[in-house]
Ligand binder design. Structure first.
Ligand code: MN
Length: 255
């Protein structure tokens, strides 16, 4: 048991800080509760705002994103996105969403996602948080087996066969409270290699009891991970912290 001062940090690998009524309040919370948070954004034009919010923060990591569901309205900002790519190591939310049956729109999503992946691959060290609703197979195929960088599949909900392929490709996973409550979600959690699991809230979209999740609430995922890994909660927390710190190349703050 570690003394409280050396307690592990928390990790929220996918949170929409800019979509809370008071983002500044969430940033203060992130600092106080020591939650390493990947602050995803959904379109390039809002990146600067989140980048500003993260200034002076030790735990908030601003991410540059282009959400697949916003391609129709914001896909034209791709050039803006690519021009901002040098400003952060963190990319997301990007990916594919096949809730739309529109073939043209799916093709546009795919073209943009592929282009973003190609540009990220040239950097080699990007950390990319990826949406794959009903599109897991195509997302995994687009990333491929040898992607130079870290791809984190956020809230994976695809088939176990696709999941196994993603695992074999070296992809990472961020898991949330909603996944712990369904048998499908638990089956997914049980497949994941411990060393590639991160936690996420997907706040403010994900709610518990009607209340939007905030980064410190990510701890709610830990009891289920502890159970699956057959360790106590403190150890599950330590594993996730260590995973994140290894990912960003900082081994000093794991405990
Ligand atoms: Mn999201």
């Amino acid at each position: 048991m570690q003394p409280p001062s050396q307690e592990s940090v928390l990790v929220d690998a996918h949170c929409h800080i800019d979509l809370y009524p008071s983002p500044e309040e969430i940033v203060a919370l992130v600092e106080k509760a020591r939650v390493h948070t990947i602050a995803v954004t959904n379109a390039p034009f809002v990146f600067r705002h989140t980048q500003e919010l993260s200034k002076g923060s030790q735990y908030l990591h601003p991410a540059l994103g282009m959400h697949p569901e916003l391609i129709k309205s914001h896909g034209s900002q791709l050039d803006q996105m690519l021009s901002l790519l040098n400003e952060t190591r963190f990319i997301g939310e990007v990916g594919l969403d096949y809730v739309t049956p529109d073939r043209t729109l799916r093709q546009q999503q795919s073209a943009i996602f592929t282009r973003i992946l190609e540009e990220c691959a040239r950097h080699g060290d990007k950390v990319i948080t990826v949406h794959s609703r009903r599109a897991a197979r195509d997302v995994i195929a687009a990333v491929g087996p040898n992607f130079p960088g870290t791809v984190i599949l956020h809230w994976f909900s695809g088939a176990l066969s696709d999941l196994r392929k993603a695992i074999s490709f070296g992809l990472w996973f961020s898991v949330n409270y909603a996944m712990t409550g369904s048998s499908n979600g638990q089956a997914i959690l049980a497949e994941l290699p411990m060393a590639r699991v991160l936690t996420e809230t997907d706040g403010p979209f994900l709610k518990i009891g009607g209340v939007p999740q905030r980064p410190p609430d990510v701890a709610a995922v830990l009891p289920t991970l502890a159970q699956i890994w057959n360790v106590d909660e403190a150890e599950a927390k330590r594993v996730v912290a260590e995973n994140f710190l290894r990912l960003i190349g900082d081994a000093t703050d794991a405990r």
